[in-house]
Write a protein that binds this ligand. Structure first.
Ligand code: 6PG
Length: 226
Protein backbone atom coordinates (compact mmCIF):
# COMPACT_ATOMS: atom_id res chain seq x y z
CA UNK A 1 0.00 0.00 0.00
CA UNK A 2 1.34 3.44 -0.93
CA UNK A 3 2.19 5.36 2.28
CA UNK A 4 1.29 9.02 1.88
CA UNK A 5 3.79 11.52 3.31
CA UNK A 6 2.34 14.96 4.05
CA UNK A 7 5.06 17.63 4.09
CA UNK A 8 4.25 20.76 6.15
CA UNK A 9 6.94 23.41 5.66
CA UNK A 10 7.47 26.58 7.69
CA UNK A 11 9.97 29.44 7.47
CA UNK A 12 11.53 28.88 10.89
CA UNK A 13 12.07 26.16 13.51
CA UNK A 14 9.98 28.19 15.96
CA UNK A 15 7.04 28.14 13.56
CA UNK A 16 7.47 24.36 13.22
CA UNK A 17 7.41 24.05 17.00
CA UNK A 18 4.24 26.14 17.28
CA UNK A 19 2.49 24.15 14.54
CA UNK A 20 3.44 20.77 16.00
CA UNK A 21 2.37 21.86 19.49
CA UNK A 22 -1.05 22.84 18.13
CA UNK A 23 -1.39 19.54 16.27
CA UNK A 24 -0.41 17.49 19.35
CA UNK A 25 -3.09 19.25 21.40
CA UNK A 26 -5.70 18.62 18.68
CA UNK A 27 -4.67 14.96 18.57
CA UNK A 28 -4.94 14.77 22.37
CA UNK A 29 -8.38 16.41 22.44
CA UNK A 30 -9.68 14.01 19.79
CA UNK A 31 -8.24 10.94 21.51
CA UNK A 32 -9.50 11.97 24.96
CA UNK A 33 -13.02 12.68 23.67
CA UNK A 34 -13.07 9.40 21.73
CA UNK A 35 -11.31 7.05 24.17
CA UNK A 36 -10.70 9.00 27.40
CA UNK A 37 -6.94 8.62 27.00
CA UNK A 38 -4.06 9.91 24.85
CA UNK A 39 -1.08 7.60 24.26
CA UNK A 40 1.84 9.72 23.08
CA UNK A 41 5.35 8.54 22.14
CA UNK A 42 7.96 11.26 22.67
CA UNK A 43 10.87 11.88 20.31
CA UNK A 44 14.39 12.21 21.67
CA UNK A 45 17.25 14.45 20.58
CA UNK A 46 17.22 18.25 20.74
CA UNK A 47 14.67 19.21 18.07
CA UNK A 48 11.51 18.49 20.10
CA UNK A 49 12.62 20.49 23.18
CA UNK A 50 10.95 23.73 21.97
CA UNK A 51 7.73 21.80 21.34
CA UNK A 52 7.72 20.27 24.82
CA UNK A 53 8.35 23.70 26.39
CA UNK A 54 5.35 25.13 24.49
CA UNK A 55 3.19 22.16 25.50
CA UNK A 56 4.01 22.80 29.18
CA UNK A 57 1.86 25.96 29.02
CA UNK A 58 -1.10 24.26 27.32
CA UNK A 59 -4.58 23.73 28.75
CA UNK A 60 -5.49 20.05 28.44
CA UNK A 61 -6.62 17.21 30.69
CA UNK A 62 -3.13 15.98 31.60
CA UNK A 63 -4.61 13.19 33.72
CA UNK A 64 -5.60 11.42 30.49
CA UNK A 65 -2.12 11.58 28.93
CA UNK A 66 0.11 8.46 28.79
CA UNK A 67 3.73 9.08 27.90
CA UNK A 68 6.14 6.65 26.19
CA UNK A 69 9.55 7.10 24.52
CA UNK A 70 10.63 6.13 21.02
CA UNK A 71 14.13 5.45 22.25
CA UNK A 72 16.54 6.09 25.09
CA UNK A 73 20.26 6.17 25.58
CA UNK A 74 21.88 3.73 28.02
CA UNK A 75 22.90 6.25 30.68
CA UNK A 76 22.34 6.74 34.42
CA UNK A 77 18.83 7.89 35.32
CA UNK A 78 19.93 11.46 36.16
CA UNK A 79 22.29 11.87 33.19
CA UNK A 80 21.62 15.16 31.37
CA UNK A 81 22.06 13.43 28.00
CA UNK A 82 19.05 11.14 28.48
CA UNK A 83 15.97 11.79 26.38
CA UNK A 84 13.90 11.39 29.56
CA UNK A 85 15.91 14.17 31.25
CA UNK A 86 15.16 16.60 28.41
CA UNK A 87 11.46 15.63 28.42
CA UNK A 88 11.24 15.97 32.21
CA UNK A 89 12.91 19.38 32.26
CA UNK A 90 10.95 20.78 29.29
CA UNK A 91 7.52 19.29 30.02
CA UNK A 92 6.92 16.40 32.42
CA UNK A 93 8.08 18.16 35.60
CA UNK A 94 5.77 21.11 34.77
CA UNK A 95 2.42 19.37 34.15
CA UNK A 96 0.17 17.04 36.13
CA UNK A 97 0.50 13.81 34.22
CA UNK A 98 0.13 11.03 36.83
CA UNK A 99 3.53 9.44 37.44
CA UNK A 100 2.09 6.00 36.77
CA UNK A 101 1.19 7.22 33.26
CA UNK A 102 4.80 8.04 32.36
CA UNK A 103 6.69 5.00 31.02
CA UNK A 104 10.41 5.77 31.22
CA UNK A 105 12.88 3.36 29.62
CA UNK A 106 15.08 1.84 32.33
CA UNK A 107 18.26 1.99 30.25
CA UNK A 108 20.39 2.42 33.37
CA UNK A 109 19.97 -1.37 33.59
CA UNK A 110 21.69 -1.88 30.25
CA UNK A 111 20.19 -2.45 26.80
CA UNK A 112 19.12 -6.10 27.17
CA UNK A 113 17.33 -5.70 30.49
CA UNK A 114 15.78 -2.34 29.54
CA UNK A 115 14.44 -3.66 26.22
CA UNK A 116 12.93 -6.68 27.99
CA UNK A 117 11.24 -4.45 30.61
CA UNK A 118 9.93 -1.97 28.03
CA UNK A 119 8.34 -4.74 25.97
CA UNK A 120 6.16 -5.35 29.02
CA UNK A 121 5.49 -1.63 29.50
CA UNK A 122 3.99 -1.27 26.01
CA UNK A 123 2.42 -4.74 25.76
CA UNK A 124 -1.00 -3.47 26.82
CA UNK A 125 -1.07 -0.58 24.32
CA UNK A 126 -3.26 -1.67 21.40
CA UNK A 127 -2.30 1.38 19.31
CA UNK A 128 -0.57 4.67 20.08
CA UNK A 129 -2.49 7.85 19.30
CA UNK A 130 0.52 9.85 18.22
CA UNK A 131 4.22 9.08 17.70
CA UNK A 132 6.74 11.93 17.49
CA UNK A 133 10.06 11.26 15.75
CA UNK A 134 13.16 13.23 14.83
CA UNK A 135 15.65 12.40 12.10
CA UNK A 136 19.43 12.30 12.28
CA UNK A 137 21.89 13.50 9.64
CA UNK A 138 22.24 9.91 8.39
CA UNK A 139 18.49 9.45 8.13
CA UNK A 140 18.18 7.51 11.38
CA UNK A 141 15.12 7.87 13.56
CA UNK A 142 14.64 6.89 17.20
CA UNK A 143 17.64 4.58 17.56
CA UNK A 144 17.14 2.80 14.25
CA UNK A 145 20.39 3.42 12.38
CA UNK A 146 21.41 2.73 8.77
CA UNK A 147 22.94 -0.74 8.35
CA UNK A 148 21.72 -2.03 11.72
CA UNK A 149 19.86 -5.34 11.54
CA UNK A 150 17.15 -6.10 14.07
CA UNK A 151 14.83 -9.02 14.80
CA UNK A 152 11.59 -7.77 13.24
CA UNK A 153 9.55 -9.82 15.71
CA UNK A 154 10.80 -7.65 18.60
CA UNK A 155 8.70 -4.67 19.71
CA UNK A 156 11.71 -3.09 21.44
CA UNK A 157 15.32 -3.49 20.27
CA UNK A 158 18.56 -3.38 22.24
CA UNK A 159 20.91 -1.22 20.12
CA UNK A 160 24.74 -1.39 20.13
CA UNK A 161 27.44 0.49 18.20
CA UNK A 162 25.21 3.50 17.63
CA UNK A 163 27.08 5.99 15.39
CA UNK A 164 25.52 8.70 17.56
CA UNK A 165 26.85 8.50 21.16
CA UNK A 166 26.21 6.78 23.43
CA UNK A 167 26.78 3.52 21.62
CA UNK A 168 24.20 1.53 23.64
CA UNK A 169 20.50 2.37 23.46
CA UNK A 170 17.08 0.85 23.21
CA UNK A 171 14.52 1.70 20.54
CA UNK A 172 10.96 0.89 19.66
CA UNK A 173 10.98 -1.18 16.48
CA UNK A 174 9.85 0.23 13.13
CA UNK A 175 6.70 -1.88 13.39
CA UNK A 176 5.90 -0.66 16.90
CA UNK A 177 6.51 2.97 15.95
CA UNK A 178 4.16 2.52 13.00
CA UNK A 179 1.40 1.12 15.25
CA UNK A 180 -0.16 4.55 15.69
CA UNK A 181 -3.13 6.63 14.55
CA UNK A 182 -0.82 9.53 13.71
CA UNK A 183 2.94 9.97 13.25
CA UNK A 184 4.80 13.29 13.07
CA UNK A 185 8.41 13.65 11.96
CA UNK A 186 9.95 16.92 13.14
CA UNK A 187 12.93 17.98 11.04
CA UNK A 188 14.65 21.36 11.31
CA UNK A 189 18.04 22.88 10.53
CA UNK A 190 20.46 22.92 7.61
CA UNK A 191 22.23 19.79 8.88
CA UNK A 192 19.18 17.75 7.82
CA UNK A 193 19.23 18.97 4.19
CA UNK A 194 21.09 15.97 2.80
CA UNK A 195 18.96 13.23 4.41
CA UNK A 196 15.79 15.15 3.44
CA UNK A 197 16.99 15.21 -0.17
CA UNK A 198 17.69 11.46 -0.05
CA UNK A 199 14.30 10.85 1.61
CA UNK A 200 12.54 12.68 -1.23
CA UNK A 201 14.60 10.71 -3.78
CA UNK A 202 13.32 7.47 -2.23
CA UNK A 203 16.59 6.34 -0.63
CA UNK A 204 15.78 3.54 1.84
CA UNK A 205 16.74 5.45 5.00
CA UNK A 206 15.55 4.25 8.43
CA UNK A 207 12.92 7.06 8.41
CA UNK A 208 11.35 5.39 5.37
CA UNK A 209 10.91 2.10 7.26
CA UNK A 210 8.34 3.69 9.61
CA UNK A 211 5.14 3.22 7.63
CA UNK A 212 1.84 3.58 9.47
CA UNK A 213 -1.23 2.83 7.29
CA UNK A 214 -2.36 6.42 7.75
CA UNK A 215 0.90 7.80 6.34
CA UNK A 216 3.17 10.28 8.11
CA UNK A 217 3.21 14.05 8.57
CA UNK A 218 6.59 15.74 8.24
CA UNK A 219 6.95 19.14 9.89
CA UNK A 220 10.00 20.86 8.44
CA UNK A 221 11.58 24.30 8.23
CA UNK A 222 13.09 26.00 5.18
CA UNK A 223 16.62 25.44 6.45
CA UNK A 224 16.16 21.66 6.23
CA UNK A 225 14.40 21.93 2.86
CA UNK A 226 16.86 24.27 1.15
C1 6PG B 1 18.36 10.30 20.03
C2 6PG B 1 17.13 10.53 19.20
C3 6PG B 1 17.48 10.61 17.75
C4 6PG B 1 17.18 12.02 17.35
C5 6PG B 1 17.85 12.37 16.04
C6 6PG B 1 17.73 13.87 15.79
O1 6PG B 1 18.28 9.61 21.03
O2 6PG B 1 19.38 10.86 19.66
O3 6PG B 1 16.14 9.71 19.45
O4 6PG B 1 16.79 9.74 16.91
O5 6PG B 1 15.77 12.19 17.23
O6 6PG B 1 19.22 12.01 16.13
O7 6PG B 1 18.41 14.53 16.83
P1 6PG B 1 18.36 16.15 16.94
O8 6PG B 1 16.91 16.49 17.16
O9 6PG B 1 19.20 16.48 18.13
O10 6PG B 1 18.88 16.68 15.63
Amino acid sequence: MQIINQWHSFDTANQVAQAVCTQILQSAEHAISARACFHLVLAGGSTPEKIYQLLANAKTDWSKWYIYYGDERCLATDNSERNSTMAANALLSKVDIPTENIFTMSTELGAIEAAKKYRQSIAKVEQFDLVLLGMGEDGHTASLFPGHIHDQDETVHAVYNSPKPPSDRISLSAKTLANTRQLFFIVTGASKCEPVKQWKQGVKLPVVSIAPNTGVDIYIDQAALA
